[in-house]
Design a protein around this ligand. Sequence first.
Ligand SMILES: Cc1cc2nc3c(=O)[nH]c(=O)nc-3n(C[C@H](O)[C@H](O)[C@H](O)COP(=O)(O)O)c2cc1C
Length: 173
Amino acid sequence: MNGAIFFTSKYGSTEQYANWISESTGLPMFNMKDRSAHPSKFDYLILGSPIIYYKVLNHKWIAKNLSGILGKPIVFFTVSGAPAGPKLDGWIADSLPKELISEMHHIALRGRQSPAELTWYDWLMLKIGGLMNKDAEASKEELRGFDFMDHASIEPIISRVRQIQSNMLQSTI
Ligand SMILES: Cc1cc2nc3c(=O)[nH]c(=O)nc-3n(C[C@H](O)[C@H](O)[C@H](O)COP(=O)(O)O)c2cc1C
């Protein structure tokens, strides 16, 4: 009955959430870049990824490891500027395999973006995106950055992990 957190992060906010989830649950956490860690070794998984350019950043890792992921309880948390809603659901549907989407429990967290930390390319792309975005709030966030990091927002993930653990315990009795 062992679980683990696998995450990827470009600017650190998804890693920060993975750390908080690990502290609260005691589950080990692995960066998806660490090739020595395999999701197939665990009974349930917490997968975390930021949304970068309208895509789930870890989609290639997911495709590569799909056989070791499917068929077990999965909590998938995304970290994005956009809140939960149809826009985010559409990006997820465009990035991840349908069979995973139908099995996983998705939880949307909101992240952080600081213009001073961005690579030159990302800074330019977000400036262009912000100037062209018709959604005034999203445009402001792209241009000026934002910080929606919130420790309390991991609570639904912690509850879900407890539920998975209790279900697994019941099934072994
Ligand atoms: C280059 C770039 C592209 C982004 N694209 C999106 C996007 O398409 N949709 C969105 O909601 N947020 C977008 N964001 C916001 C990120 O999802 C947010 O900053 C997140 O906290 C980044 O996670 P990380 O710090 O783990 O890399 C983007 C951020 C950056 C830097």
